[in-house]
Design a protein around this ligand. Structure first.
Ligand code: F0G
Length: 454
């Protein structure tokens, strides 16, 4: 099957603040008139068009699952009718998307809900949700004829960008905060051949330098201010609805860092409702770490009127972000879907991560804020016990094994101000035991574990 364009999918850019509709985006992907972010919209989505007839679209997308065509096999390009058009010769795909939806029975009990599932975006080719946006944005850079692509990153974006750039025979420049990203992610960028600059600053400092750089050098910015990223990341929500037989859950819960992902999933939900692919909107809630909570404070303290940048700090390094670029888009999503915002402590994140692990799934710390946040939303009554909930797990457990090992050894909070609070996590810790190499010692360990297992 080819990527035949139909005129109905023609997409246009629009500024989210002043509504200007530029013909193209500059290298900063910001509105030339007012400086705010741009987004794609689809003026050619007429109600009643046969191309967008819901049953026909659903059948077409399902049929593509059996195709041998690389783009049909991608969980992003499979849904191309809802994306801007990029010619097939520029498409760079690693067969991203197609991620599993898992039931989480132990976590459901811990959170006090009956119906809890997780869509594991860590099961993408570079092991994070970034691949769904990156396949699309890297392809648009290729179409634009760029030799270089660049991003500022807490690690996952850089790993993903470096891979897609390499596949598309482009060079990649990565700006990351020195000492504040996990080895798993850093090693990926190196392996995929990126020029990796560890800057002595935080993520927000890396973003500032990158923004200046793109004004001077012909590099394509692949952070999530690039609206192609958002379009690709929409497909996680489309695929989720397909997996749920187009019956939306009551709640979807996502981590919030730079707030591109929540914006993308929310945009997809609203568009699917508009196209009558779904009949109601799930509530999309966004969870932040307490030490990196500018969006939480924006909503709870300032009524959504302003976002006050902060110096962020959390062990969930992926979301260690104090000045999220897409906060206005995320705010719109909260309002459109009736979602909530929550913050969770470091210990709550660590406990939730171990609980997800105990369900045999595993994820990185930033993803675990979703379960920690769900527990809080249950306690506040926002989520009811009988309601269905889907957590979006954004990264794979192996992205940050350091965190996991320290947690199980009991070292994660040693000497920190929250050491006492961390005692509540003890029952989840499974430190390795060092034994003499004899059968008796192993049997004694097994019997001991059996006595204490539930
Ligand atoms: N979870 C993980 C594992 C992440 O890597 C990120 C962001 C988020 C959640 C938050 O998503 O920014 O769209 O709100 N990581 C970025 C990076 C910023 O550079 O890899 P967001």
């Amino acid at each position: 099957m080819s990527i035949a364009q139909n005129t109905e999918t023609a997409a246009k850019l629009r500024c989210i603040a002043c509504g200007a509709t530029p013909d193209s985006a500059g290298q900063s992907f910001r509105c030339a008139a007012c400086g705010d972010l741009l987004e794609f919209f689809f003026p050619g989505w007429p109600a009643g068009s046969p191309v967008f007839e819901p049953a026909a679209l659903k059948a077409l997308w399902l049929k593509r699952r059996t195709s041998r065509d690389a783009l049909d096999q991608s969980g992003v390009w499979r849904f191309r009718e809802l994306l801007p058009h990029i010619p097939e010769e520029h498409a760079i795909t690693l067969r991203e998307g197609n991620t599993p939806l898992y039931r989480l029975p132990r976590c459901a009990r811990a959170a006090g809900v009956e119906n809890l599932q997780a869509k594991h975006q860590g099961m993408n080719p570079t092991a994070s949700f970034k691949d769904t946006g990156m396949t699309f944005a890297a392809s648009s850079a290729h179409q634009g004829g760029f030799r270089w692509v660049a991003c500022a990153s807490t690690g996952n974006t850089s790993a993903s960008m470096a891979a897609y750039a390499a596949r598309g025979k482009m060079h990649s420049l990565v700006l990351i905060p020195e000492g504040k990203i996990s080895w798993g992610k850093l090693s990926q960028a190196l392996d995929y051949g990126a020029l990796t600059c560890q800057l002595r600053t935080d993520f927000d400092g890396c973003v500032r330098i990158l923004n200046d750089l793109v004004r001077q050098k012909p590099v394509c910015l692949l952070n999530s201010v690039n609206p192609y990223r958002i379009e690709g990341q929409k497909t996680a929500a489309i695929e989720l609805m397909e997996q749920l037989a187009w019956e939306p859950p009551d709640h979807i819960i996502v981590p919030g860092g730079n707030l591109g992902n929540s914006s993308a999933i929310g945009k997809a939900l609203v568009e699917m409702l508009e196209l009558k692919l779904i009949s109601r909107l799930p509530k999309l809630s966004i969870i932040q770490a307490q030490g990196a909570n500018p969006f939480y404070r924006c909503v709870r303290e300032f009524g959504g009127k302003k976002l006050e940048p902060m110096t962020a700090d959390t062990l969930a390094t992926a979301i260690r972000i104090g000045n999220p670029a897409s906060w206005k888009k995320a705010l719109r999503v909260l309002q459109a879907t009736g979602g909530e915002v929550e913050q969770v402590t470091e210990v709550e994140i660590a406990v939730a991560k171990a609980e997800i692990g105990a369900d045999g799934i595993g994820c990185e710390p930033a993803s675990a804020v979703t379960l920690a946040g769900l527990k809080k939303l249950r306690r506040s009554g926002f989520v009811k016990p009988g309601e269905s909930v889907v957590l979006i797990l954004t990264g794979h457990a192996l992205k940050d094994p350091d965190f996991t090992i320290k947690f199980h050894r009991g070292d994660l909070f040693a000497g920190a101000s929250n050491e006492a609070e961390a005692a509540q996590a003890k029952y989840l810790q499974r430190a390795p035991v060092v034994l003499d190499a004899n059968l008796g010692a192993v049997i004694a360990a097994l019997d001991g574990a059996e006595r204490t297992s539930k």
